[in-house]
Design a protein around this ligand. Structure first.
Ligand code: SF4
Length: 301
């Protein structure tokens, strides 16, 4: 480890002892609760997960109860989380793990073969469930390490994911790796934030390469997403699932179109068809097709 890398460890640890967030899944020993929290945290802010995690656990208190539920019930309980295909994958994961007697693999390659598990979640499980000394890299850690170790010229800049994974491996301390990962995540999420880093409060301010001279990125630099009239398709997908949650018998497609977009017209049918095809591929909806799309009926899978 380089001397610069070593100088990061002590301030991060000291900061975490005093300021680390108290979250219900930290220090948890039940693999189900850990895995649930990690899947909920993918692409979702902690504040939202804090609202929904206890409600979901009341509905499905164990991996077995989740595996035995119908997929529709799991998607219903996922309300408010967004990215509903995670609920489908979580349900599939629970079924596989219960079939295998709840044996959670202890190597990344086997974890990556399971539904809904990417590199971040695999490493988070290795660290949290098995206590193994592996790094995790989420967007907060990627941003933080990019800024501390390289001179970033704008708040939008970050090093590549591959580079940050290599860096996270290199700077990993020998002991207390679980807390180390949580500490980096907390500093990235609460201090070294995307648009307005609070450098004056930062434990790494004294050694950070980007503290001086990083300009604030102009608004609107995010990649534009596919959508309709300025609203991303991701939002419409969420609205479709939300509408179907409310109505067990589903909707005729034209009616569904108006549910998610009041100005829906026949010109929008091909667009709606492509959204429904994507949701069908993700296992979230079923389309009972009539001769034409407007005559079809859509229900939650
Ligand atoms: S000093 Fe500022 S830019 Fe550097 S890590 Fe801390 S918050 Fe981020």
């Amino acid at each position: 480890m380089r001397s610069r890398d070593r100088s990061i460890i002590s301030p991060v640890r000291q900061w975490y002892r005093r300021h680390g967030r108290s979250l219900p899944w930290r220090g948890e020993s039940d693999p189900y609760r850990i895995i649930l929290s990690e899947i909920m945290l993918q692409q979702t802010q902690v504040s939202r997960v804090l609202d929904i995690y206890p409600r979901f656990l009341r509905r499905f208190p164990s991996m077995r109860s989740l595996a035995l539920a119908r997929q529709r019930e799991v998607v219903l309980a996922w309300r408010g989380m967004g990215y509903n295909n995670r609920a489908v994958r979580l349900h599939a994961l629970a079924s596989v793990l219960v079939e295998r007697g709840m044996k959670i693999p202890s190597d990344a390659a086997s974890l990556l073969e399971l539904p809904g598990i990417g590199r971040y979640t695999a490493h988070a499980i290795l660290s949290s469930v098995h206590g193994l000394p592996v790094p995790v890299v989420d967007v907060n850690i990627r941003r933080l390490l990019s800024r501390v170790l390289w001179r970033m010229s704008s708040t939008a800049d970050m090093k590549s994911e591959a580079e940050i994974w290599r860096t996270a491996e290199r700077i990993l301390p020998r002991r207390g790796v679980y807390d180390w990962n949580q500490a980096l995540m907390d500093i990235g999420a609460t201090i070294c934030t995307g648009r307005l880093p609070s450098c004056s409060r930062c434990p790494l301010g004294g050694i950070c390469a980007s503290r001086e001279g990083m300009t604030q990125a102009a608004r609107g630099t995010r990649k534009s997403e596919p959508g309709l009239h300025g609203v991303p398709n991701r939002i419409y997908r969420g609205r479709i699932v939300e509408a179907l949650r409310r109505k067990k018998g589903g909707f005729r497609t034209e009616v569904l179109g108006r549910e998610i977009r009041p100005e829906f017209s026949r010109h929008d049918v091909p667009w709606l068809e492509s959204l429904l095809a994507g949701l069908e591929r993700d296992g979230l909806v079923r389309v009972r097709r009539g001769r034409t799309l407007p005559g079809s009926r859509v229900v939650l899978a």
